[in-house]
Design a protein around this ligand. Structure first.
Ligand code: DUC
Ligand code: ZN
Ligand code: ZN
Length: 472
């Protein structure tokens, strides 16, 4: 099957150019400049299908490097399965996810990973890889890290939050970083001071402060900035590169920037919720509604201008990747577990479907360029997580993961409109985007075509990832 995408503007991290794209089977065969007839004067006649992309942007499929499908968490399970979550991702122009396999204390890392393979295998609409959470750092899990690198799981996440559940001590973190430095993998860090947060939470509850907004007020920016600094200092002792997930406080990124300016190999990720949403407008809504926006790290105050500063740090590359931390919970029965006690609200926001649109709106609003949109949402994640050469760009030989995006289109976000995630609400209800995902190809197969889903579960395959290109 050959597909010719004609008349569009092909966008890469380096620039935008008018070109046609020839897809042959699962990969990109050629990117053809206007007037170039070296492959034949009338390619359109010989192609099995021609897609006219006049006026449209032709961009590499989105790579969401941070999702939690059907993850057990906070006494419940994230509400999207690999089937529903990856289908929703496809609707929004994301063609690869990297999900976190979460090892519990006492569980063999290899058994945990096998469990995640069982859940995802044969169920995904798009390609997928795994990061491994090490919930219990000990000699067995440290050894397992080497094995997993050979199996294409080349990134390991640790937690400085959630004492008694996922938290690793500084000594354990140091050991895991030493192991990563030895096998070429990369440590990802949930950087929040969990012990301090637990004290603040207990004190707030004792004072009768039970509303959702206290989730953020008991996780002040200092708990994030302190943990970022400690994590980087530990990484500096080992030579291990470090990737800080879901950064939300401007002061935390300032700490990261300082270490980056000193030449250390440390990277920051943020998520759409930290760029657009806030304590005042969302988490602090009257009654229990704010529970929809409980996630960790938490939303921050608009009055303190965290959101504007994060956009700025995206421009300076002190934040290098935008992922979603897609961790969906329904309001009924799941978020409601925390009525009367904010600390029992399952932490997480669903957004895997909306990242490409939401960040495109940042282009419309002049926050970032078109090329930076592609870089933050696809090219850098591919390079960061060992997928470049196959994903993250529109070049001959790469997988034909392609989104045809209409900059003159419109996308209204919300339940029952463009929302396909398995959630009974949307953190993004009412957002309107000046753009639209028209067509999505995943390894050469058209899976979204003019507001129809044409894919099936099992289309997506497991991606054995290489090492990060940013290790040196
Ligand atoms: N943060 C969330 O919001 N959900 C899952 C885990 C996490 O770290
Ligand atoms: Zn986290
Ligand atoms: Zn997460």
């Amino acid at each position: 099957m050959t597909i010719l995408i004609t008349n569009g503007t092909v966008v890469s991290a380096q620039g935008s150019t008018k070109a046609d794209v020839l897809v042959d089977g699962e990969t990109i065969a050629a990117v053809i400049a206007p007037g170039d007839t070296s492959l034949g004067a009338d390619l359109a006649r010989s192609a099995d299908r021609v897609i006219d992309a006049a006026g449209k942007l032709v961009v590499p499929g989105g790579i969401d490097g941070h999702t939690h499908m059907e993850m057990p968490f906070g006494g419940t399970v994230a509400s999207d399965t690999f089937e529903t979550g990856t289908r929703a991702a496809a609707w929004g122009g994301t063609t690869t996810i990297i999900d976190f396999a979460v090892q519990k204390q006492g569980e063999r890392v290899q058994d945990c990973l096998a469990d995640w393979h069982r859940k995802a295998g044969g169920n995904c609409a798009i390609d997928y890889g795994f990061h491994q959470v090490i919930g219990g750092v000990d000699s067995d899990s440290l050894k397992a890290m080497d094995e997993l690198v050979d199996e294409g799981v080349t990134t390991f996440k640790l937690f400085m939050a959630y004492p008694g559940v996922f938290l690793s001590s500084d000594g354990q973190i140091l050991q895991a970083m030493q192991q990563a430095a030895g096998n070429g993998s990369m440590i990802m860090m949930h950087a929040e001071n969990g012990s301090a947060i637990d004290v603040l939470v207990a004190q707030a509850l004792a004072e009768g402060k039970t509303d959702p907004k206290y989730h953020s007020l008991t996780r002040p920016w200092e708990t994030e900035a302190e943990a970022v600094n400690r994590a980087v200092m530990l990484a500096r002792m080992t030579g291990s590169p470090l990737y800080i997930v879901h950064m939300s406080a401007k002061q935390a990124v300032e700490v990261l920037q300082k270490h980056r300016d000193e030449g250390w190999n440390v990277f920051g990720e943020t998520c759409p919720q930290y760029l657009y949403l806030s304590v005042e407008e969302h988490l602090a809504k009257a009654g229990f509604e704010g529970a929809k926006w409980v996630c960790s790290t938490p939303l921050r105050e608009r009055a303190e201008r965290h959101q504007d500063e994060l956009w700025r740090y995206l421009r300076t590359n002190d934040l290098s990747v935008i992922s979603t931390d897609h961790c969906p919970f329904c309001f009924k029965e799941q978020k409601e577990m925390g009525v009367g006690d904010f600390s029992k609200i399952p932490n997480g926001i669903g957004g895997v479907e909306h990242r490409m649109d939401l960040i495109y709106q940042g282009v419309v609003e002049g926050q970032i360029t078109l090329e930076r949109w592609v870089e933050l949402c696809s090219t850098t994640p591919a390079r960061m997580f060992g997928l470049y050469g196959r994903k993250g760009d529109i070049r001959p030989g790469f997988d034909a993961d392609i989104v045809i995006y209409d900059p003159a289109g419109r996308t209204e976000i919300g339940v029952g409109k463009t929302h396909h995630m398995n959630m009974d609400h949307s953190a993004w209800e009412g957002f309107v985007i000046d753009g639209h995902v028209d067509t999505v190809l995943s390894r050469g197969k058209v899976i979204i075509d003019d507001n129809r889903y044409l894919g099936s579960k099992g289309d997506g395959v497991f991606l054995k990832r290489g090492l990060s290109q940013y290790l040196i």
